[in-house]
Design a protein around this ligand. Structure first.
Ligand code: 3Y8
Ligand code: NAP
Length: 249
């Protein structure tokens, strides 16, 4: 009996949720609950952590999950790591739904760094005007360079004072477009952009705007995720589900 747990939070997860709902597949869409009002999905939703690997194993068994699709963001490394361990322990087939990372094109001025610490190190020590398009979780890493101006883009209004003395926040949930991202960079006289190499179309606009304005981009590499089967489209996941359902796995 097919019953799918879809670990979501990306545009690809939303696309797959639509296909699952249209095909009337028994599936549950899972959010971590990081934002105040996550976008509604055409599937039953659950919100919040499972309680580590043990919690996820218990959930898989209690909910009689037959397949797990990990369509979380490439930087959601803890969730992806837990899913590999929990599905192995519970004997539940797992597939990752992942989009390719971004590659520099003609005219791009990108510096690749291994992690957020590398991004901080790559910035001038003062006087720069930096667009931190990295969300909320790592903003305080940049407090060691307070002499720069930081423009943050957050999904929800900050609940406490920003940890940077010279910063401003815009509140917006992507996907974003080239025209508005270019306007944002010009309006704030941005000189540097910091972004995660999340890939996908939803967050790519700022990179195209940076190229158009000749601005340097500091791009953070994806964290390591344990090996698992990876597919790159929602259609491929539907075929995987059909195929493995035929095989009765
Ligand atoms: C809670 C669900 C969909 C999914 C849309 C994608 C696109 C827009 C681009 C910038 C970069 C960033 C951030 C971003 C993007 C999509 C996708 C994507 C980047 C929502 C969502 C949840 C989250 C969590 C949030 C993080 C933050 C990261 C903002 C919903 C809107 C920067 C990642 O306030 C916080 O704590 C926010 C936390 C994790 C990274 C961080 O470290 O702060 N995403 N984003 C999911 C959950 O609870 O499970 O609220 O509706 C989803 C989307 N965000 O269905 O169309 O597919 O990537 N999300 C990054 O890529 O760098 C913004 O500003 O240019
Ligand atoms: P993370 O650091 O990998 O995960 C931290 C913990 O959050 C996990 O161990 C798990 O808690 C819980 N969790 C994460 N994703 C979950 C999900 N889809 N459903 C249920 N629990 C989940 O994750 P994150 O980077 O905070 O990302 C959280 C969510 O935001 C994910 O859905 C991800 O797709 C989305 N997102 C993240 C980014 C990003 O830049 N990180 C960008 C866009 C969207 P337990 O251990 O208790 O189970």
């Amino acid at each position: 009996m097919t019953r799918v747990l879809l670990l979501g939070g990306t545009t690809e997860a939303t696309a797959l949720a639509r296909l699952l709902a249209e095909a009337r597949v028994d599936a549950i869409f899972s959010y971590a609950g990081r934002t105040d009002k996550p976008m509604a999905q055409p599937l039953p939703m659950r919100v919040g952590g499972f309680g580590g690997v043990a919690g996820l194993v218990a959930y898989l068994r209690a909910e009689k999950i037959s397949h797990v699709v990990d369509a979380t963001h490439p930087f959601a490394a803890q969730m992806s790591t837990n899913a590999v361990a929990a599905c192995a322990e519970a004997g539940v087939p797992l597939v990752g739904l992942e989009r390719p990372g971004w590659h520099a094109e003609e005219g791009d001025a990108w510096t690749h760094v291994a992690d957020m610490g590398g991004a901080v190190a790559a910035l001038p020590s003062e006087g720069a005007r930096v667009f931190l398009a990295i969300g909320k979780q790592h903003v305080s890493d940049f407090a060691v360079k307070p002499g720069n101006f930081y423009l943050l883009r957050l999904v929800d209004p900050p609940k406490a004072a920003l940890p940077l003395p010279n910063a401003e926040a815009v509140i917006a949930r992507g996907p974003f477009d080239l025209a508005s991202d270019r306007q944002l960079l010009e309006r704030h006289a941005i000189t540097h952009i910091v972004a995660k190499n999340g890939g996908g179309a939803g967050a790519r606009a700022k990179l195209d705007a940076a190229r158009a304005l000749g601005l340097p981009v500091v791009l953070v590499d994806r964290p390591h995720v344990p090996p698992r089967r990876v597919l790159t489209s929602a259609d491929a996941v539907m075929a995987w589900l059909d195929h493995s359902a035929d095989l009765g796995v």
